[in-house]
Ligand binder design. Structure first.
Ligand code: PLP
Length: 369
């Protein structure tokens, strides 16, 4: 049988490059707590992402959780159930109430036209997700936020390095949270960052990621431990040198999938968005069983049998998690429910070979017979 193909494969620099990068750590013995690698990585990211302010965190989840905490909010948060557990958990773990808005059928991002109808006098925040690298309807979201004086935090975990209308995606909203987890387009092993508009948010995050320690004798907030260590920062510095090349290789994979699958009845692929430089983070397809002749589950199982690890991502919706004991009504987000039952994320990573992409496409296309 042919080799197993996983849904993703972490990008890594050569061992030599990484060893060279971490050598100075043996001189300084500075392993964590905002050392020189941490600071260098932050500066380099600021430049790459085209943002004014950035704060590094231990992972993308803590970026979300602490950004919400830093804003000192109470009440309801309008968000999407079509996301990774982290987005909803970050809201609930802050003692806030998620209010789920449905998604758009083509980009899978929050349906911005419906946000206004969900606003109450308890609404404090809008937390949309740029799903799979698809950018939300930013104009509409910002207009609603302005009208009702609400904060906006984007979960930008899928949009590393993307630009919208020529500006870094991290410049939109009050804050944007990135993930540098091993499975993402860009990784620092584990890691995350928040880009934001108001420098005071950075001051708050700086304290919150280090137990709320504001000075040697002043603990000003009930913080967590969410600092990025020097080894992760060094990995990030190395991977950043190669990111453009990695994205260019992912693009080749995405183009091949499009070429092979886009004319197939019953398989839907989202269009590339206007004014967006994409990062090809994921390659999701939506399978309509009636038109295609096989269901998402059948395609998933067939791929699995052939050693191909596709992923039902995002499924289940976060508003159906058993953790929430049926508190949310999934019928209120019918489009999200429809998509989550039919979506399948196909393997994509920089070094995925064209012959493997072809093999994956062949298995999928054979399912309809
Ligand atoms: C990966 C991810 C996160 C969490 O990031 P971690 O770095 O894994 O903590 C949050 N939201 C979305 C949409 C993600 O995909």
């Amino acid at each position: 049988m042919a080799d197993t193909i996983l849904v993703t494969r972490s990008s890594m620099p050569s061992l030599d490059e990484y060893v060279e990068e971490i050598k100075t750590i043996w001189d300084t013995h500075w392993l964590t707590n905002m050392g020189p690698k941490h600071n260098e990585f932050a500066e380099k990211l600021k430049e790459y992402l085209g943002v004014d302010y950035i704060e590094l965190l231990v992972n993308g989840h803590m970026a979300l959780e602490l950004t919400i905490q830093a804003m000192n909010l109470k009440g309801e948060v309008i968000t999407t159930p079509f996301t990774f557990a982290s987005t909803t958990h970050a809201i609930v773990r802050n003692g806030l109430t998620p209010v789920f808005c449905d998604i758009e059928p083509d980009t899978y991002t929050i349906n911005a036209e419906q946000i206004e109808s969900l606003i109450t006098d308890r609404t404090c925040l809008i937390l949309p997700v740029h799903v799979y690298g698809n950018i939300c309807n930013i104009e509409k979201i910002e207009a609603v936020a302005k009208k009702y004086e609400l904060k906006v935090i984007y979960d930008a975990a899928h949009t590393f390095g993307e630009t919208y209308q020529g500006k870094g995606i991290g410049t939109y909203g009050d804050a944007s949270c990135f993930s540098f987890h091993a499975t993402k387009v860009f990784n620092s092993i584990e890691g995350g960052a928040v880009c934001f508009r108001d420098a005071r948010l950075g001051d708050a995050l700086w304290d919150l990621k280090n137990f709320g320690i504001h000075g040697p004798e002043e603990i000003a907030a009930v913080g967590a431990n969410a600092k990025m260590n020097e080894f992760c920062a060094a990995m990030g510095i190395c991977n950043l040198r190669h990111i453009d090349e990695e994205i260019a290789k992912r693009k080749m994979v995405a183009l091949r999938y499009r070429e092979r699958l886009s004319d197939t009845p019953g398989i839907k692929i989202s269009k590339e968005q206007k004014n967006v430089t994409p990062n090809y983070a994921y390659f999701p397809i939506v399978i309509d069983e009636n038109m295609f002749g096989a269901s998402r589950s059948e395609v998933f199982s067939r791929l699995e049998k052939e050693g191909v690890g596709a992923r039902k991502y995002f499924y289940p919706l976060t508003n159906t998690f058993s953790a929430f004991h049926g508190r949310y009504d999934v019928e209120k987000t019918p489009v999200a429910l429809h998509i989550s039952k039919r979506i399948l994320s196909l393997p994509i990573y920089a070094d995925l070979e064209m012959k493997d992409v072809d093999r994956i496409c062949n298995v999928i296309l054979e399912c309809k017979i």
